[in-house]
Design a protein around this ligand. Structure first.
Ligand code: ZN
Length: 220
């Protein structure tokens, strides 16, 4: 007679069946549930959670550490922002991480959307179109004016910034982008309007905001 193959159940033990013995369950049921302090259910599908109590606690601790970003999370990130040509526009490198309140428009919409469900330690790259960042360039905000419009400033140079008023009466900042004799061209668009933003982001920490932070709409 040839050797009998091992019973299938020994070769391929079902973890639920193996763990669900009377002994294991009684050990498990004597321990308080790590979450609510009550003995927990011995309904078979959940029995495996209680048998390795240590492992369960480790999981719940990790879960707390790895809180996912949601509305009203206070988030710290390290980031580098480049344009499409790879020129660095801004970076937190060498300084403090950026701290912001999620879900209230503290950061540009495209990045805020991308942050949802990320956790501390996550690193990612994302490309954000101008429409989800500082908007497209508005050609009406680029105008050529006579230098006399600049009220007594002697030397007008490219890069100089002035406060002006939009036709709707809003204060805007304009920058000289060209000087041609007496003709001065200014741009009232945000410097990053029309710019595709290339972010590299590392999530440093995530916590819940305090009621006061939510009330104020910013991180304290
Ligand atoms: Zn405040």
């Amino acid at each position: 007679m040839g050797q009998m193959p091992l019973p299938a159940s020994a070769n391929h033990p079902s973890s639920l069946h193996e763990i669900g013995t009377a002994h294991d369950l009684s050990v498990a049921s004597s321990k308080p549930h790590p979450y609510n302090g009550r003995s927990h259910s011995l309904i078979p599908p959940f029995a495996f959670l209680s048998v390795s109590g240590k492992r369960y606690q480790t999981l719940s601790r990790n879960k707390r550490l790895l809180m996912k970003i949601a509305n009203h999370s206070v988030v710290e990130i390290n980031y580098t922002l480049k344009d499409a040509e790879g020129t660095v526009i801004d970076s937190s490198e060498g300084g403090q991480p950026l701290k912001y309140l999620q879900g209230v428009g503290n950061i540009i919409p495209g990045l805020e959307k991308e942050m949802l469900d990320k956790s501390a330690g996550d690193k990612f790259s994302v490309v954000i179109a101008p429409e989800e960042a500082y908007g497209p360039q508005n050609p009406e905000l680029i105008q050529t004016l006579p230098s006399s419009a600049f009220g007594g400033v002697e030397k007008l140079e490219v890069g100089m910034a002035f406060r002006a008023q939009s036709t709707e009466g809003h204060p805007i900042e304009v920058e000289i982008i060209d000087v041609d004799g007496d003709q001065v061209t200014i741009n009232g668009n945000h410097p990053l309007a029309g710019v595709e933003l290339h972010f590299e982001v590392e999530v440093v920490s995530v916590r819940e905001a305090t009621p006061e932070e939510i009330d104020h709409g910013h991180v304290h």
